[in-house]
Design a binder for this molecule. Structure first.
Ligand code: PLP
Length: 449
């Protein structure tokens, strides 16, 4: 079959071994490590990407259902975004004073995002959250942060694990040692449980008058329970805490105005990165004037935050979302992908389905046996068999503009074969025996569904 990998992944793993000897961990982003997928089978290094496809260093082609962990909503190397980037490159990188594109982008964002009266720019999601936390602490004069979810790699967040290395187990990865995070930050980052207003209220009452900010993802792959976000908003206001929505994943993906636009609950600050600039490094912090203006007097400053090239990518990406009505498209097309896969799974009698929103959905197993190892093995086998058939899959799927009916038609026979392998393995109780790859290392856990 044409889509079976003609060359294996030998070169990928030779180069990855060299990368590991020079780059601690081998990659810059944990989610790009091949051991998060099906190590030994999953390609480790890519050569180029276009639309919803990439080609690995062995020359194999993949339909990508991960899309740079969600960072490319228009598809790789989108012509409109790339034309704007190339045009800006010709005008030169940031000179000694700022460029007008920052103002244009600030105007576009404040016209698009409900909470945005003022904005600041940066280069990524963790950075945007660190800026938002600094502003909230300065504005309130308080130190403690209530959080629910994953918000990046910075000290303010990993401080949650200083008192016990188990705190972040349910939000990120189990047993993270906060080595390198100052012990003095112990007790400053306090978790609360998703969709549990009592849990948040308890944190706010226990630390009364001390919580600077409540930071959370407003949604992920499923809509929040009706009334939940409204309840959080009310608690934040009552306790004088700045409400920060981390819209790094949701912003511009599930609605052009983000989760706050979809659910009609407006935070004080929102942060953006992954869906803002179609793969070019950019982040934004947007919020109410009264709070954001605090930043004018704070030391929040970095040379490359003025970069007009990636600002041009962000501006064009947002304008293209509006012009093409991308959010409606990916929601509709994602539902078609989910339905098609689920129908095939049912036909093949495999207890698995895709569930979630059209723009972003997850793989769910319905085994009677509650053993988590079984699910991990099954997910690894699913990824392995997808990879072997030119599908780059993971536990979660991010839809993009370049996923069309044509790709769905290509996927269907490949998914059918993958499901056949799964069916046989499950029937014979031999999932582990079918693995050619190492079991997938724990993906980031998400309390926010
Ligand atoms: C909700 C959320 N916030 C923050 C981040 C961190 O963003 P970045 O990797 O750009 O620093 C991520 C990344 O996965 C995320 O999912």
């Amino acid at each position: 079959m044409g889509y079976h990998r003609p060359h294996g992944v030998q070169r990928s793993y030779e180069l990855f071994a060299r990368a590991q000897s020079l780059i601690p961990g081998g990659t810059q982003l944990i989610s790009r490590r091949p051991d998060r997928y099906a190590f030994g089978v999953t390609p480790a290094l890519a050569e180029r990407a276009k639309g919803c496809r990439f080609w690995d260093v062995d020359g194999n082609e993949y339909i990508d259902l991960q899309m740079a962990v969600g960072a490319c909503v228009l598809g790789y190397a989108d012509d409109a975004v790339d034309a704007a980037v190339i045009e800006q490159i010709r005008r030169g990188p940031a000179p000694s004073v700022s460029t007008t594109i920052e103002l244009e982008l600030a105007e576009e964002l404040t016209a698009t995002i409900p909470c945005a009266e003022m904005v600041r720019f940066c280069k990524g999601g963790g950075e945007a959250n660190a800026i938002a936390i600094r502003i909230a602490r300065a504005y309130t004069g308080r130190d403690k942060i209530a959080f629910c979810g994953y918000h990046g790699w910075h000290d303010w967040y990993l401080a949650a694990n200083l008192e016990s290395t188990a705190v972040l187990n349910d939000y990120l990865l189990p047993g993270i040692e906060p080595a390198g995070v100052p012990r003095g930050l112990a007790g400053t980052a306090i978790p609360f449980a998703w969709e549990n207003l009592d849990s948040l209220e308890q944190v706010l009452e226990t630390h009364k008058g001390e919580i600077a900010a409540i930071i959370m993802e407003p949604a992920r792959s499923f809509d929040p329970k009706p009334g939940y976000l409204e309840g959080v908003r009310e608690l934040a206001t009552r306790h004088g805490a700045v409400l920060i929505f981390d819209e790094v994943v949701t912003g511009f993906r599930l609605h052009i105005a983000g989760a706050q636009g979809k659910y009609g609950v407006v935070p004080d600050i929102a942060t953006y990165a992954k869906a803002i600039s179609n793969g070019y490094p950019f982040g934004a912090v947007a919020g109410r004037r009264e709070i954001m203006s605090t930043a004018a007097d704070l030391f929040i400053s970095s040379t490359y935050w003025s970069d007009p090239i990636t600002a041009a990518a962000a501006l064009t990406t947002i304008r293209e979302y509006k012009r093409r009505d991308v959010q409606t498209y990916i929601d509709r097309m994602g539902k078609r992908y989910m339905q098609a896969f689920n129908a095939l799974a049912e036909q093949a009698e495999v207890p698995v389905r895709f569930a979630g929103m059209g723009c972003s959905f997850v793989l769910q197993w319905d085994f009677e046996d509650p053993d988590p190892l079984l699910r991990k093995q099954a997910t690894t086998l699913f990824i392995q068999e997808c990879n072997k058939r030119g599908i780059f899959a993971a536990g979660g799927t991010h839809m993009c503009w370049a996923h069309t009916e044509a790709e769905l038609e290509e996927l269907k026979p490949r998914w059918a074969e993958v499901l056949e392998v799964l069916h046989d393995a499950i029937r014979k109780g031999d999932i582990a025996g079918r693995l050619e790859a190492e079991i997938s290392k724990e993906a980031f856990r998400r309390l926010v569904r």
